[in-house]
Design a protein around this ligand. Structure first.
Ligand code: SF4
Ligand code: ZN
Length: 386
């Protein structure tokens, strides 16, 4: 029998967070699921409306490749990352080429698209995850087709040498970094990110030197943090990175299966963020990205602030009371495009008072896990729920 996944209890040795993170990827069910993926097909391919770096509207193709996953996950892993669910250990270079060819056929040679996002459940420029000749193939193909390319990467791969090599093949490039938090304590103890603020700063400097665009993801409400703390922190992180990041994309926590945050959520020790907090974050940060009160595309734009509440309105995503969620999510999505605070004009719901009261209480009584009720709905129903 395997070691029980208890943090405390009996005379047994406490289980390390590392084991908690890794264990779900190794259960027979997870192994079966991983083996069920077809290694010659990408995980997903789709197109969406987007904006080019100069602000013109365009169509973007997204290709999510089926890969071996993230090397940081192999040895540890971030507390919220469920990408391991979509990976296969034995994906070869031939498989990746077959996936790329399949995606190209499916998207009719990227007809009508000006931008392509190539995501790998890890870092495209990490040689242990993705063979170098496949990295080169993607860069060359996008250069040949004149597509603006967006890839994701951790910081340690973004060395001046690697970036000079990439830019020499295709310079119309944005690198998106999952920074999550501009705070070493949060990176270490809340996110288990495995890199520091310093390494992010170094990576950004190298990207700037190579003339490559920078996109940074920040996580709204990492684990072990109250709603009020999450809000106050993220506003300072946005201000800290806005000058150097061309785009800041906020990911409000959504609960992915088999992760540490999933265990906390199931144990009712974590509530995904309120949508009202996201609205408040945007209101407080707008002056940072638009110091003169402009909208997206105006001359005062320091950075573009994008917020996409994945699973917005659902229990495992950012949510409010259930009745106003769709309207608030729609307003947030509209702001991501327009950059106009008027999108929030007239939005209101009785649950806003409950949210505001929770924040007020959390600032007065700062307990680490916060005071938010872990589930929405009438209090008596919540008490009766198993
Ligand atoms: S670095 Fe990215 S892909 Fe890797 S474990 Fe963390 S969130 Fe997941
Ligand atoms: Zn409401």
């Amino acid at each position: 029998m395997g070691r029980p996944l208890t943090l405390v209890g009996g005379a047994q040795q406490a289980v390390r967070v590392h084991d908690l993170v890794k264990a779900p990827a190794n259960t027979p069910e997870a192994r079966r699921r991983q083996a069920s993926w077809d290694a010659t097909r990408p995980a997903t391919v789709y197109t969406t409306p987007e904006m080019m770096p100069d602000g013109t509207p365009c169509t973007a193709a997204t290709v999510i490749l089926r890969t071996k996953g993230c090397h940081w996950w192999w040895s540890s892993g971030c507390t919220f990352c469920g990408y391991f669910n979509d990976t296969r250990d034995d994906v070869t270079s031939d498989d990746l080429h077959a996936q790329w060819a399949w995606a190209t056929r499916k998207l009719e040679g990227f007809a009508g698209a000006s931008m392509v996002k190539v995501y790998t459940s890890g870092s495209l420029f990490e040689d242990r995850e993705i063979p170098v000749e496949f990295q080169q193939h993607v860069l060359e193909d996008c250069a040949k087709r004149g597509l603006h390319l967006i890839v994701e990467s951790r910081t340690e791969q973004l060395t001046p040498e690697k970036l000079a090599w990439a830019a020499s093949i295709h310079s119309d490039l944005t690198v998106a970094i999952g920074l999550e938090a501009y705070d070493d304590e949060v990176l270490r103890f809340h996110v288990n990110k495995g890199f520091s603020v310093r390494s992010y700063d170094k990576a950004v400097a190298a990207l700037k030197d190579a003339n490559i665009r920078v996109k940074a993801y920040l996580m709204f409400k990492p684990p072990f943090m109250s709603e009020a703390d999450a809000l106050d922190h993220i506003v300072t992180w946005i201000a800290a990175i806005a000058k150097d990041a061309d785009e800041i994309s906020i990911n409000p926590m959504n609960i992915q299966g088999g992760t540490v945050i999933d265990r906390l959520h199931r144990a009712r020790q974590y509530r995904p963020p309120w949508l009202w907090s996201l609205v408040e974050m945007i209101r407080r940060s707008h002056v940072v990205v638009h110091p003169d009160g402009g909208v997206n595309g105006d001359a005062d734009q320091v950075s573009r602030l994008i917020v996409h509440p994945t699973a917005g309105g659902r229990i495992r995503g950012a949510h409010n009371c259930g009745s106003c969620d769709a309207d608030v999510v729609a307003a947030i999505e509209r702001y991501a495009v327009s950059g106009d605070l008027l999108e929030f004009e007239g939005l209101s719901c009785p649950c806003e008072a409950e949210w505001s009261c929770e924040l007020d209480l959390e600032r007065r009584l700062p307990v680490p896990l916060g005071l938010s009720a872990p589930r929405r709905g009438p209090p008596m129903d919540r008490l009766r729920a198993p």
